[in-house]
Design a protein around this ligand. Structure first.
Ligand code: IVH
Length: 666
């Protein structure tokens, strides 16, 4: 009988791998996920379980191996069969015309078709596939040999571990990190006292060029493919080549275009110079390539770079401003961050008047003094950053900045813990920390208490109405109405949203409590595993680390959080006030909706999209962002657009907001 079991497991594992690969592609390459993260995690868990029972069922291209292999002692090197060349630069329209004149002269043609692409600001890599399997990947290195970073590249979900055709070829591309992911990554690092990355490119390069694939797996790395190394493909233009690569399900950038002659090329350059701040990733220019591959071959290469391509480089937008003052900000975990207040200056589409200086070491490294004229730029085109001091403009009146010896909020001694870049206030009842904790507790992804932003939190604290998050639930409208700048209506709204928040699932409460290292995901995992808050509080290290994806660092933070006397007091207040301490199990609440797939389209009157989504998820249903044959209901709000058309085409049930509310028994 064992043989049959094995055969069944083999089929099941194969089907799971196919399904997971498909979802990976939809999510990471097409940006059109069909199932939510939770459903995806469940598929992956099933596969991992099967492969653990039958290790011989795990092929080297299994998506379960993306989590990262054993750390390396050092990188080995890999030789590039076709060298990875650099590009010549052009800095003006004139220089693009010079390049075009050379190409026309060498080819004898009058007008050239160019292929224009984004110049991604990341790290160049080469990927090698043999008989359709991803077998190795390397950095550019000196152009002839690079470092073997296969283990790290395998963790990038956009890279297929197996191609649909058994091809042997080398792909060239750029690994990068999106601006938003970079900001979040740095924010987390700052919270945890780690040093931060200067920009998305350094973050990407730092993540790829370190030895632990498990660490790489936690970094939001992405890739765009823009060319080939060794290959046997029969394609005749760069445009066809990229279409072909996209057809192999690898990520190719959409903003590519054929431009005939230099005028069209120049317009392309100008267009993306204007629009680059709206792109989700950093570009530092445009790459202009001769489109015809046969002509590329004729033109050939110099020792360093191809004669058939040139990079037009954008100057990063930089402005001068004056440091009016340096203040410090106390975060929710007590981390004290210096912030430069700047003379307002317009930069990449916004007015900049503050720039975080992150920590003391950075202020020293850059030598920033109060009163200095400084050069400002936006890191990742989003966060203002001081690049350097214009020392030649110093008057002698500038003042040195020192981090405070005492917390500016509570006066406690500030401490720099060993191994941390951040200075901290360790006083658990520090007002600034408490106010930040209230703000976090009320934030959208936590308890979602509308009307509890920073100014209200500050007001509540300074009028002695609230000392911790437990006190929030004992406020009454009379107390609130007496506060300055608080209208009767706002007071009422706040009370209502507090009342509503009591019913939130445990995962939101847990996230809101702000336990160190416990973000949204860990909160969900803990809530789902234990089902109720008390069980988490009673759990030991071992029990917690049994949960997949929860490591000892998180587990220790959870255990020590529940050991603190303060925690007990806050939880008691929350419980007495009737705040929900349990995580709903989908099956129990409403079996009719379990497993159904909802898509929302257009704006709803009574809910934000994320609220509506969590309502159906709490009932065991799933939410998808696009309509497909797997969709059960399209909830059509105002101006539902193309999703409605698609739903009608596919015969998917369309319901309006009222029907939706009825369906959920709200
Ligand atoms: S083509 C032989 N295309 O720019 C042609 N390169 O100095 C080689 N880069 O390190 C490169 N975006 O990593 C090409 N769309 C693009 C690119 C691109 C960024 C980087 C590449 C290389 C550098 C060239």
């Amino acid at each position: 009988m064992a043989g049959t079991d094995f055969e069944e497991a083999r089929k099941k594992a194969e089907a799971l791998r196919r399904e997971i690969d498909e979802h990976n592609y939809r999510y990471h390459v097409l940006d059109q996920p069909e199932i939510d993260d939770y459903a995806f995690d469940m598929l992956m868990r099933d596969l991992i379980n099967l492969e653990e029972t039958y290790p011989e069922l795990r092929p080297p291209d299994s998506p379960s191996l993306r989590v990262g292999g054993e750390p390396l002692k050092a990188f080995s090197t890999l030789e590039h069969r076709v060298p990875m060349l650099g590009l010549d630069n052009a800095f003006s329209e004139e220089e693009i015309k010079d390049f075009d004149a050379r190409v026309r002269k060498l080819s004898g043609l009058e007008i050239i078709d160019y292929f224009c692409e984004m110049k991604f600001d990341g790290l160049a890599v080469s990927l090698r596939y043999e008989d359709g399997l991803f077998i190795s990947g390397s950095t550019r290195g000196d152009g002839f040999t690079g470092e073997d970073i296969t283990g790290n590249l395998r963790t990038i979900r956009q890279i297929p571990l197996k191609l649909e055709e058994p091809l042997t070829l080398e792909l060239r591309g750029e690994v990068y990190i999106n601006k938003k992911d970079f900001i979040k990554m740095n924010r987390d690092r700052e919270e945890q006292g780690q040093t931060i990355f200067a920009n998305p490119r350094n973050a990407a390069a730092g993540s790829v060029r370190q030895l632990d694939p498990r660490l790489a797996a936690t970094r939001p790395l992405r890739i765009f493919i823009y060319g080939l190394g060794e290959h046997g493909l029969k394609v005749s233009t760069q445009a066809e080549l990229l279409d072909y690569i996209a057809g192999l399900r690898l990520p190719v950038n959409d903003n590519r275009a054929i431009c005939r002659g230099t005028e069209a090329v120049w317009n392309y350059c100008l267009r993306w110079q204007e629009e680059r701040s709206n792109l989700p990733y950093d570009i530092d220019g445009v790459v202009i390539k001769v489109n015809d591959l046969a002509l590329q071959k004729i033109l050939g290469n110099t020792a360093r770079s191809p004669r058939w391509a040139v990079a037009f480089k954008y100057a990063p937008e930089e402005k001068m401003s004056r440091v009016l003052d340096i203040i410090v900000n106390v975060g929710r975990t007590g981390a004290i961050t210096p912030v430069a207040l700047l003379e307002p200056v317009a930069l990449s589409g916004t007015i900049v008047q503050r720039a975080s200086l992150h920590n003391e070491d950075l202020v020293r490294e850059k030598g920033i003094m109060i009163g200095d004229m400084v050069v400002v730029r936006k890191a990742g085109e989003i966060i203002p950053e001081i690049i350097r001091v214009a020392e030649n403009l110093r008057t002698g009146k500038e003042q040195e900045f020192n981090m405070p010896r005492h917390c500016p909020s509570c006066g406690s001694d500030t401490v720099r813990l060993s191994g941390e870049a951040a200075l901290r206030c360790l006083n658990l009842s520090c007002p600034a920390q408490l106010v930040e904790k209230l703000v976090h507790f009320a934030s959208r992804k936590a308890m979602d208490i509308e009307g509890m932003g920073p100014s209200v939190a500050e007001l509540l604290y300074h009028h002695n109405l609230v000392r911790d998050v437990g006190d929030l639930y004992y406020l009454n409208s009379g107390q609130l109405a007496e506060l300055p700048r608080m209208a009767e209506k706002s007071a009422e709204n706040l009370i209502n949203s507090l009342e509503k928040s009591k019913g939130n699932p445990l995962r939101r409460l847990l996230f809101g409590l702000g336990i160190r290292f416990v973000g949204e995901k860990a909160s969900r995992l803990l809530a789902e595993h234990f089902g109720e808050l008390k069980a988490i509080g009673e759990a030991g290290l071992e029990e917690i680390t049994e949960i997949d994806e929860i490591g000892p660092k998180i587990a220790e933070a959870v255990v020590s959080f529940f050991k603190m006397a303060e925690t007990g007091l806050v939880l008691e207040k929350l419980e007495k006030a009737g705040v929900n301490f349990t995580e709903p199990t989908p099956e129990k609440t409403n079996s009719e909706l379990t497993g159904k797939v909802f898509v929302f389209s257009g704006s709803l009157e009574r809910f934000r999209r994320d609220q509506a989504a969590s309502l159906v998820e709490d009932k065991g249903a799933k939410v998808s962002s696009s309509v497909s044959s797997k969709t059960d209901y399209l909830v059509a709000g105002d101006e539902p657009g193309s999703k409605l058309t698609k739903a009608r085409e596919l015969g998917v049930a369309v319901i309006d907001e009222n029907q939706f509310i009825k369906m959920l028994n709200l």
